[in-house]
Design a protein around this ligand. Structure first.
Ligand code: 5GP
Ligand code: MN
Length: 329
């Protein structure tokens, strides 16, 4: 059962020191949600920090955001009154921040995934919300604090990136209504889009070219897939976040229902980023392999050789898609 924004604020009011964490390899929503919540909590007089569940740096892509500062969870020795998890429905997505669940005096999850695994004391979530930042925005508005330009910018970036610039199937009226409010506060939508999507290095484009060169199809063209190796990133001097927008390129191919980008993450295994176009639920598919996510965007990680993971996932996708086609659903 989800708390209301007012009830979530009550939980926060009872705490003074608060640590916030999003999922590992944070995207625009995890980062935007966490930083927006930190702004709100500081405005409410709390001591709030945002933890990074990994020892690699936060993505450069979002460095334009105000006060882009994080504390590595592995170096955080505090015992917060409250630990707030944003944009994650399972504890294992927290990386090195997961440890804080065991030391914090109280815990709260703020999320928009559909499969919350009940790992905290309190929960506020909405699976129909396009982004976790949507839920954060509701909490900000319920707080009585006047939203600042920084808060609006953080939440705008969360919604813009999780909806793929207001285009993916999770885009709904609330995304536009919230964006309208944020623009009213001073967010410049063209600038935000430019900073995130039109700020690519030649190396990032070369990585995309490499991925495009390796595209293969299955299921009569309904599944498109490709892969990126650790060495590709190393050779081009790129970090993992350079791959964040690549699965959307695969899904944009005519006739493709589901796209899969496999990324070799060395000792962590092979991560598959899955994206679907219409009705196929990649979140449900990924959860059968220990992963998860949303209907239109999900991921999974398997510790098997790349070719085995590709054949397992691609054959699974192709057979489920063809079973659905023959069943007429
Ligand atoms: P990506 O494929 O870009 O890493 O993630 C796409 C979506 O799936 C995001 O919402 C992300 O949180 C979710 N996701 C990715 N990998 C996993 C995973 O291993 N477990 C779960 N539960 N969700 C994941
Ligand atoms: Mn999200």
């Amino acid at each position: 059962m989800s708390l209301s924004p007012e009830e979530a604020l009550k939980v926060m009011e009872g705490a003074q020191s608060i640590a916030i964490a999003g999922h590992v390899n944070p995207d625009g929503d995890a980062i935007g949600s966490a930083l927006a919540l930190r702004s709100l909590l500081r405005a409410l007089g709390k001591d709030a920090v945002v933890l990074l569940g990994q020892d690699s740096a936060a993505p450069e892509l979002y460095r334009f955001l105000p006060e882009y500062e994080f504390v590595r969870a592995s170096e955080y020795s505090g015992v917060p009154d409250l630990f707030i998890v944003v944009d994650a429905s399972t504890a294992k997505r927290l990386g090195t921040s997961e440890r804080i669940l065991g030391v914090a005096r109280d815990t709260l999850v703020i999320d928009h995934h559909s499969n919350y695994e009940g790992f905290a004391n309190h929960y506020i979530g909405d699976a129909t919300a396009p982004a976790a930042a949507t839920v954060i925005w509701r909490i900000i508005k319920a707080s009585g604090i006047k939203p600042t330009l920084a808060m609006a910018t953080y939440c705008y970036v969360g919604i813009m990136t999780d909806t793929g610039r207001f285009a993916f199937r999770n885009t709904n009226a609330s995304a536009f209504a919230d964006a309208t409010e944020m623009i009213g506060i001073g967010v410049d939508p063209a600038r935000m889009s430019e900073l995130v999507y039109e700020n690519r290095t030649l190396s990032a484009l070369r990585l995309e070219a490499l991925m495009i060169d390796r595209i293969q199809f299955s299921g009569g063209g309904s599944v498109a897939y490709s892969f990126i190796l650790e060495d590709d990133l190393r050779a081009l001097g790129l970090e993992r976040d350079a791959t964040e927008q690549l699965p959307a390129t695969l899904r944009a191919i005519k006739g493709v229902e589901v796209a899969a980008l496999f990324r070799d993450e060395g000792t962590k295994g092979i991560h598959a980023s899955l994206r679907s176009r219409n009705t196929f639920n990649v979140g449900a598919f990924a959860s059968r392999f220990g992963g998860g996510g949303h209907a239109g965007a999900a991921g999974l990680t398997l510790k098997q050789p790349l070719d085995e993971v590709i054949s397992l996932v691609v054959s699974g996708l192709a057979s489920e898609l063809s079973a659905r086609l023959s069943a007429g659903t």
